[in-house]
Design a protein around this ligand. Structure first.
Ligand SMILES: *Cc1c(COP(=O)(O)O)cnc(C)c1O
Ligand SMILES: [Zn+2]
Length: 446
């Protein structure tokens, strides 16, 4: 029932609306971000969230199998025949007391939402399944994005699953070959531009306009609709109860934006009775959101965001020729595209923002790995951030907390190997050298 959904500019002074049959991604009237909105009266939404559990019994239906589309009434922007799925969202919410102890939580309170289990190894698949469904709906046959990370990997996988061509733009310079290996293996055409990521972004937009390619950039509001389902699965994993806190890493701020929207809608629909709080965790080397919110007091302000604060901040970054630096490459972003939507999410969820150092991130990552779920550095920022918030007393040890582990350990193996082999942190676990001799080996076993 596509007519129940429409696109709407998030700027309250504009509020322009467009149908979902267009691929525009930015308000043509004022340049702001677009939301997907629903006319809920035209959608048959279950009366209780637990009714979605019925779809576990009909998993031979490909849409009921998908951890995104089994919640399809809540992202009802296209017809079933357009929906693209490769079995995304088969993720687990793991209650983890050992990691909980590291952050000083009581037993039974810390949960890890492991999005590394997605087909391409990161949460991005939740968004791509939705965006490619939209791409099919508008009849796209070729797609492109600028990214050296998880977006390109996910995009390549989804594009080829539905017969869409796929081009990835990468800059020369800091190229994460670990993740790029996926884009190449999944058959994406990879174009390396003599320039940085910003140059790629500009080129890809012009190329898409000229050739009519479907652009899978971070502005795409349909991606965020798919990412809402991460929250539905957390609620499901908690027996259809909402946690007290969601903790998520902040990069381009798509996830945090999507999560805030998800909870706002669930509350509006009467499907939950309270909205959890949200903690968004930056790396100190890429802390635009933390700086803007905690120091410059930037806020959603009912949609009237103080653009001057943002403009001054970015002008200063430019003047200083600043580029962000963190080992958590997935959140190494200083001009987050979804900033304003994220401010709205902070408003909805009474959110807090913190930044953690690379040392804290890699130590937290080793703890998560040791206790059973390997993740990439950006994901571990959640546990490092939670540790801060526990120390500050912002989050109580008896509260129910769900941390989103956004990507799989094997996305960035170099980081892990260096941490352990070069003894970079307090939890380094390097291999022990032994002579080829049984007696000597026996002495080493602990
Ligand atoms: C993209 C990505 C992030 C950042 O998410 P945003 O929605 O851009 O804030 C964090 N972790 C991983 C593993 C990612 O791939
Ligand atoms: Zn507008």
């Amino acid at each position: 029932m596509a007519e129940a959904a429409f696109q709407k500019c998030i700027n309250p002074d504009c509020g322009a609306q467009f149908d979902c049959g267009q691929a525009i991604f930015k308000c043509p009237a004022c340049g702001e971000l677009l939301d997907i909105r629903y006319d809920w009266d035209k959608i048959e939404v279950p009366g209780k969230l637990s009714e979605f559990a019925g779809r576990w019994g009909t998993r031979d239906n490909r849409l009921d199998f998908s951890g995104v589309w089994r919640f399809r009434e809540l992202l009802n922007f296209c017809e079933d025949r357009h929906k693209v799925s490769i079995g995304e969202g088969q993720t687990i919410l793991q209650q983890n007391n050992a990691v909980g102890e590291y952050v000083d939580m009581e037993a039974g309170r810390l949960h890890l939402q492991y999005e590394g289990l997605n087909p391409s190894g990161s949460f991005k698949d939740n968004g791509m399944t939705a965006a490619f469904s939209h791409a099919k709906m508008v009849g796209a046959n070729a797609s492109a994005c600028a990214s050296t990370g998880n977006t390109s990997a996910s995009m390549a996988l989804y594009a080829h699953s539905c017969g869409v061509k796929c081009t990835v733009f990468i800059g020369s310079g800091r190229i994460a070959f670990g993740k790029l290996s996926q884009a190449m293996d999944y058959g994406a055409q990879t174009i390396q531009i003599l320039g940085d990521f910003d140059d790629c972004m500009r080129q890809v937009q012009d190329v898409c306009t000229q050739l009519g390619l479907y652009l899978l950039n971070s502005l795409n509001p349909f991606r965020l609709e798919g990412q809402k389902t991460i929250m539905y699965r957390i609620i499901e994993g908690l027996g259809w109860e909402v946690p007290d806190w969601i903790v998520v890493p902040g990069g381009n701020l798509g996830n945090s934006s999507a999560f805030g929207k998800a909870f706002f809608e669930l509350k509006q629909l009467g499907l939950i009775d309270r909205i959890p709080r949200m903690a968004i965790i930056n790396a100190t080397g890429a802390n635009t959101l933390t700086d803007l919110v905690n120091n410059k007091k930037l806020s959603w302000n009912e949609g009237k965001v103080d653009q001057r604060i943002i403009d001054d901040y970015y002008a200063d970054l430019t003047a200083r020729n600043y580029s962000p630096h963190t080992c958590a490459s997935a959140i190494e972003i200083s001009r987050p595209v979804n900033l304003k939507k994220c401010l709205r999410a902070i408003d909805i969820c009474d959110g807090v923002v913190r930044a953690v150092t690379d040392e804290e991130i890699v130590d937290a990552k080793a703890i998560i790995g040791k206790h059973g779920l390997g993740c990439e550095p950006a994901s571990a920022a959640t546990i490092a951030g939670l540790r801060h918030l526990r120390e500050e007393g912002v989050i109580g040890g008896d509260q129910h907390v769900a941390c989103v582990l956004t990507g799989h350990l094997l996305k960035d193996p170099d980081r892990t190997v260096n941490y352990h082999k070069d003894k970079q942190g307090q939890f380094s676990n390097p291999p022990v050298e032994a002579p080829n001799d049984l007696e000597e080996i026996l002495k080493l076993i602990r």
